[in-house]
Design a protein around this ligand. Structure first.
Ligand SMILES: *[C@@H]1O[C@H](CO)[C@@H](O)[C@H](O)[C@H]1NC(C)=O
Length: 229
């Protein structure tokens, strides 16, 4: 980062870094302040103020914020370091992490169905970002980006089970499992570009209408990466 000013005499660089709680609490007022700070995301602030007559170029190496604290208390990876004296280019800094991931399954067998029917899942194991709605069986994209979906379908007892993976009602992929005569599992993976608000779900087909539960049949997905801004 480089800042030139015709009138520079005094430089003031203030860096403030507010981090998550580190020390045991001492009193109630401090507890409150600390709690409010804890609510907010960690914040870094940089202020440069110049006054005076001389033309003073200022060069600062800039480091990205630390990533979020890991589960066991380890620090996240530091952001990409800028090159001293060279203005930061777009895309150099670490993009914010968007947390979108779900994993659901069938505990009960479903079907047979007479018509193609939206498949509902009775077991939600993971739903980061609350992106999967168990009432509709649908995933809703939170951001424009590229997402991955995995579908596993099982059939048992000479049954057939097949689903379509659909995006906003449009058929994208099919998974077909047929039990002759024992166990059958089939899977498919789709990588889809979605816009925020787009929906993805599974439709159980009447041609192969009986899908096995007991967590043999599952549906999962996550954001691979958001679109470039
Ligand atoms: C998402 O994509 C749509 C269509 O390409 C575009 O109109 C919209 O501005 C994008 N939204 C964001 C937040 O980038």
């Amino acid at each position: 980062m480089m800042i030139k000013s015709d009138i520079c005499m005094l430089m003031l660089v203030v860096m403030t870094m507010v981090e998550g709680r580190r020390y045991p609490r001492k009193n109630r007022n401090k507890d409150k302040e600390q709690a409010q700070r804890d609510e907010a995301e960690p914040v870094c602030e940089l202020e440069v103020a110049c006054r005076g007559e001389k033309n003073i170029p200022i060069t600062l190496p800039i480091r990205g914020a630390k990533g979020p604290q890991g589960k066991n208390g380890q620090k996240g990876e530091p952001g990409d370091a800028g090159i001293p004296g060279i203005p930061g280019r777009e895309g150099r800094s670490t993009p914010p992490i968007i947390r979108v991931a779900f994993f659901v399954g069938l505990q009960e067998n479903q079907g047979p169905v007479k018509e193609n029917s939206d498949l509902l899942f009775d077991k939600v194991i993971t739903n980061v970002g609350n992106v999967f709605n168990p009432d509709t069986g649908r995933f809703t994209a939170t951001h424009n980006g590229t997402y991955q979906f995995n579908v596993v379908v099982a059939a048992q007892g000479r049954q057939r089970a097949a689903v379509n993976l659909v995006r906003n009602g449009e058929m994208i992929a099919t998974v077909w499992a047929e039990s002759i005569p024992y166990w059958a599992s089939a899977s498919n993976t789709a990588i889809l570009k979605l816009k925020g608000g787009d929906q993805v779900w599974l439709v159980l087909l009447s041609r192969a209408p009986y899908i096995h539960g007991y967590m043999y049949s599952t549906f999962s997905g996550h954001l691979l990466f958001p679109d470039k801004k």
